[in-house]
Design a protein around this ligand. Sequence first.
Ligand code: SAH
Length: 271
Amino acid sequence: MDAEFREGEPVLLVDKKGRHRMITLVAGDVYHLHTGTLPHDDIIGEPEGTTVRTSLGSPLLALRPTLSDYILKMKRGAQVVYPKDIGAILVLADVQPGDRVFESGVGSGALTMALLRAVGPTGRVLGYELRDDFARRASRNIEGWFGAEVGSREVPLRLELRDAYDGIAEEHVEALGALDKVVLDLPEPWQLVKHAELALRPGGGFVAYVPTVGQVARLCEELDGSRFSMVETLEVLHRTWHVKDPSVRPDHRMVAHTGFLTSARLLAPAD
Ligand code: SAH
């Protein structure tokens, strides 16, 4: 996308101190911040990477947010999966264009957006979320990113208000065909192991994100007694660096813990 900023799209504004803000462009609207006001019209029609100035002369760099920027700035219902973990989940599950993916819970929709982007317009994501308020928040977030409605060709997501522990509905699997991947971010992923066995094709991938070791142990126990194999668990440590001559060193602070990722592959049924 090399076009100028258009009305309706999200823009990331970065100030002199490196602080990030995100706004959605609306013609005629004015953004208020402590360093002055900024008419959205000053950004609409400008190319990406433009520096605009507030009424008090403070510079703001305007860029299209990356998916990671968007996820960290969008409104949240449930706690999102951090971009560092999203990257690993996509690789561990080997999510690719055309994949049919089951995901639960949808939460704020962060992981869902990354899945949708990875499966592309020929893929499908089936998402189950327990809470109506979270599902609505997720839909708004997803539509704000893709600029199209959930369920459209650009956003091939079927979002269902359901308890995933009850299983993946047969009618949903019938509509999709056998699933390629199951990706879980909910408290008791072991409750879905049997259901995933039924819905996935042989060779299909399973990835679950859980915050505590007890959950990992319980999940691995369930996977060990199942048709899944190649079970692996890892965590992603993401340490940023301070690089400013002459001081080049790791930053003092980091997000020390988010969650563990457990992945597995489904074997063919024994004869
Ligand atoms: N991955 C999401 C965050 C999910 S938070 C994101 O990146 O934005 C966990 C979500 O699981 C919550 O929204 C919670 O409501 C939902 N959840 C918990 N138990 C569930 C269940 N049994 N079935 C479906 N969703 C469930």
